[in-house]
Design a protein around this ligand. Structure first.
Ligand SMILES: Nc1ncnc2c1ncn2[C@@H]1O[C@H](COP(=O)(O)OP(=O)(O)OP(=O)(O)O)[C@@H](O)[C@H]1O
Ligand SMILES: [Mg+2]
Length: 354
């Protein structure tokens, strides 16, 4: 029995050595070349084969002992790395600081930490994107459903008899028509958003005279402002001031901002002006409207975000306007700034290069 136990221990030791040597086999060739070179050198120096043979055997024994040590060290290092990899795979770590390797692997430890951080942030980005995408899809479906249901309702009412009632039939048709217009606006905005976000929107930047450009725009909105009894004023700027941008896309920005100002203002005035700075022209649209609560200011540029959903939808808003504005201004290397105070008014502004 004792004998068996001893054999078992011997076998274990032998297996251990075998696995150490196996792990160190990458160094085997170098050591062999070193041993043979020493042997050849001793033959050349001493001219005695027997002496070299003894030396070779000694060197080989020493090499095997050395390989055993090297292999043992390499095996434990590899095991350590394997363990860390396994832990990462099993989501064992929450922070990179938790990844710890022994001192001699500190270089690798930094590399693994960086890789862990990168993978973690990539996964977080993907999860966030997935969430944004599904929220977007849910919003789109909801927004599409609203006008479609309304149109369906008006048509059904007409078909159920209202068609022959001259007091209401025109009214229902006009309502249905208004909703098809809203639907069309929504689809156009959606196409814009998806083009901008997929990078398909081509911008064509040029210098243009900002004064003339804004004058034309403001004239287009005078009737809408007049209808609401709001003043719409433009403070003329140096007529020769040229700013750099995509006129067509900036038109979309200005239309959205002026439309918003008119939509969300019940009394007072809307002022548009351009302030000339050293390197930029700052375009400002200011209203004396309902204002935006402080806590909503950072969110109004999100897709479909509306401070007062019911109110905005009732006046035909999709909540995509400012998201498009933000994208377009960012594509100009600039950003939209907003200041607002409830019941006092709001001011939107952005800078364009001179
Ligand atoms: N000048 C403003 N005054 C007060 N609130 C505003 C103003 N501009 C924007 N908002 C608020 O920000 C929200 C988002 O504006 P945005 O232009 O994106 O959407 P919208 O005007 O509702 O719809 P649309 O897509 O048709 O422009 C609005 O619903 C409104 O609540
Ligand atoms: Mg808007």
């Amino acid at each position: 029995m004792k004998q068996l136990k001893a054999w078992g221990t011997d076998l274990k030791v032998w297996n251990n050595i075998k696995s150490n040597l196996n792990s160190a086999r990458v160094y085997f060739l170098e050591l062999l070349i070193f041993d043979l070179s020493i042997a050849v050198l001793t033959i050349l120096i001493f001219g005695r084969i027997e002496f070299s043979l003894v030396l070779i055997i000694l060197l080989l024994i020493l090499s095997i002992i050395l390989l055993n040590f090297l292999g043992k060290k390499r095996k434990s290092e590899l095991n350590e790395i394997k363990q860390i990899m396994n832990n990462i795979r099993k989501n064992f770590y929450s922070f990179p600081e938790e990844i710890k390797l022994s001192k001699n692997l500190s270089n690798l430890q930094e590399g693994i930490k960086l890789m862990f951080e990168k993978t973690k942030s990539d996964i977080e980005d993907l999860t966030r994107l997935q969430k944004v995408r599904s929220e977007f899809l849910a919003n789109v479906s909801h927004e599409l459903r609203t006008p479609i249901f309304a149109i369906q309702g008006y048509i059904e009412t007409l078909l159920n008899g209202a068609m022959n009632d001259e007091n209401v039939n025109k009214y229902f048709l006009e309502k249905a028509n208004q909703h098809t217009l809203n639907l069309n606006n929504l689809l156009n905005d959606l196409i814009d958003i998806s083009m901008i976000e997929s990078g398909e929107m081509r911008m064509s930047f040029r210098y243009f005279k900002i004064d003339e450009y804004i004058k034309i725009l403001v004239n287009e909105f005078l009737p809408a402002a007049k209808e609401k009894d709001i003043e719409l004023v433009y403070e003329a700027v140096n007529p020769n001031l040229q700013l750099f941008g995509d006129k067509e896309r900036l038109r979309q920005v200005m239309v959205n901002l002026i439309q918003n100002a008119i939509k969300y203002t019940e009394k007072g005035k809307i002022e548009i002006k351009v302030e000339e700075e050293q390197k930029f022209g700052k375009i400002i649209i200011r209203d004396t409207g309902i204002g935006i609560p402080q806590e909503d200011l950072s969110r109004i540029f999100e897709r479909f975000y509306r401070v007062d959903k019911a109110r905005s939808r009732a006046i035909g808003g999709t909540g995509l306007g400012l998201a498009i504005v933000k994208h377009i201004i960012e594509a100009h290397g600039s950003k939209v700034e907003v200041e607002s105070q409830i019941d006092v008014g709001s001011q939107f502004s952005f800078r364009l290069k001179k």
